[in-house]
Write a protein that binds this ligand. Structure first.
Ligand code: ATP
Ligand code: MG
Length: 359
């Protein structure tokens, strides 16, 4: 059997491990937290991400090692990469860890972003308002301070207390994301571009495909994903979060891994992001990323809905991660798949009445 090591044992690790079962792939996760979601489908080494014994066990036992979160110590990935293939590469992961390096890499690859400044440069903020974000370690909107035009950027950065960057507030029409995979032979497969709604800084709803996206922007999104994949000679799935503006798409951030806005692919695409990631990093042929009809994914955040009511919605599939409820925590998701946009939007409207929105 092929053995895949995963740094992280959260819900993404769980869904990766589940996708590995039919492919005959055994997953071993390293996870510092107790009782992680991945434990139902993977072997778990309960240890910090830089624990030498755990990393040595991965290097010894695995054919390839990957990540299900980007916030792992870069030196741990580098140590592993000297002993076992790490896919995507440590450089691809550590660049996406740091919002400043990430934006510079995007711009260098010809991809536009929001205007930004490193906080160690003198900056007075942006005319349209400023968001100060921690450079590393932020997620689900944590580690961000939003300032009106003229707000005190230096004070906000001091409040965050760690290296941060200032970004201009983008007046986007909506948020999109593009997910794609690249195999070891350089083949690229791109899923349809999706539309994302956030609540209180957390992804709440994904609609796949995005409604009414013109071919120019669709191609632009695919070119953005391709630029990143080729820049890093990438293997695996990448997600790029995008702002849709009248002037075109801007890249917000890159996830060097499977992504919440790709959960719909489990039932809504010919090949799920989890299966595709495993195929890509184990040198199997990539699968077809086409959508099957129209899907919507609703996150279950903080509290769980009435399960019977959710499952009574036609086309609904429930995924629970086995996590204890806590405000702002992703506990599961529901995907509905319908033959067309109307059916999808009807089912989504029903789900919205059943699933509480955070914030
Ligand atoms: P997640 O983990 O959900 O991806 P995050 O903590 O990594 O979130 P971002 O994706 O950078 O943070 O920001 C979260 C949300 O805040 C974005 O999806 C968007 O709605 C808003 N946002 C972030 N940056 C900007 C910006 N420059 N202009 C306008 N809105 C922004
Ligand atoms: Mg984001």
């Amino acid at each position: 059997v092929t053995v895949v090591g995963i740094l992280g044992g959260g819900q993404l690790g769980r869904m990766l491990a589940l996708a590995g079962v039919p492919l005959g792939i055994h997953c071993i996760c390293v996870e510092p937290a107790a009782d992680p979601p991945a434990a139902v489908a993977a072997e778990v080494l309960h240890a910090p991400f830089d624990d030498r014994d755990a990393l040595a066990a991965l290097a010894r036992r695995c054919d390839v090692v990957t990540v299900e979160l980007e916030h792992v110590p870069a030196h741990a990935l580098a140590w592993l990469a000297e002993r076992v293939p790490v896919r995507p590469s440590p450089e691809a992961v550590s660049t996406a860890q740091d919002r400043l390096l990430e934006k510079r890499a995007l711009n260098a690859a010809g991809v536009d972003t929001a205007p930004y400044a490193a906080i160690d440069e003198p900056t007075s903020g942006f005319d349209e308002g400023t968001i100060v974000k921690v450079r590393t370690g932020g997620y689900d909107g944590r580690g961000q301070v939003r300032l009106p035009p003229g707000g005190d950027v230096t004070a906000a950065a001091r409040q965050l207390g760690v290296p941060s960057i200032a970004e201009g507030v983008v007046a986007f029409g909506r948020e999109l994301s593009v997910l794609a995979a690249r195999g070891l032979d350089g083949t690229i497969a791109c899923w349809p571009v999706v539309e994302n709604e956030h609540a209180a800084g957390i992804l709440a709803v994904t609609r796949a495909p995005a409604a009414g996206l013109d071919a120019v922007k669709r191609r632009q999104a695919e070119a953005i994903a391709r630029a990143w994949l080729q820049r890093f000679d990438y293997a695996g799935v990448v997600a790029v979060e995008l702002f849709d503006t009248p002037a075109g798409l801007l890249a917000n951030e890159v996830a060097p891994r499977v992504h919440n806005s790709g959960h719909w692919t489990i039932e809504g695409a010919v090949t799920s992001q989890f299966e595709q990631h495993l195929r890509a990093i184990t040198d199997l042929p990539l699968g077809d990323p086409s959508a099957i009809g129209c899907s919507a994914m609703v996150n279950l955040i903080g509290t769980l809905p009435d399960v019977d009511a959710v499952l009574a919605v036609p086309g609904a599939h429930l995924h629970l991660y086995g996590k204890a409820p806590r405000p702002g925590r992703k506990l599961g998701h529901v995907t509905v798949v319908a033959p067309d946009e109307h059916g999808r939007d009807d089912a989504l409207a029903r789900l919205r009445t059943l699933v509480p929105t955070p914030g």
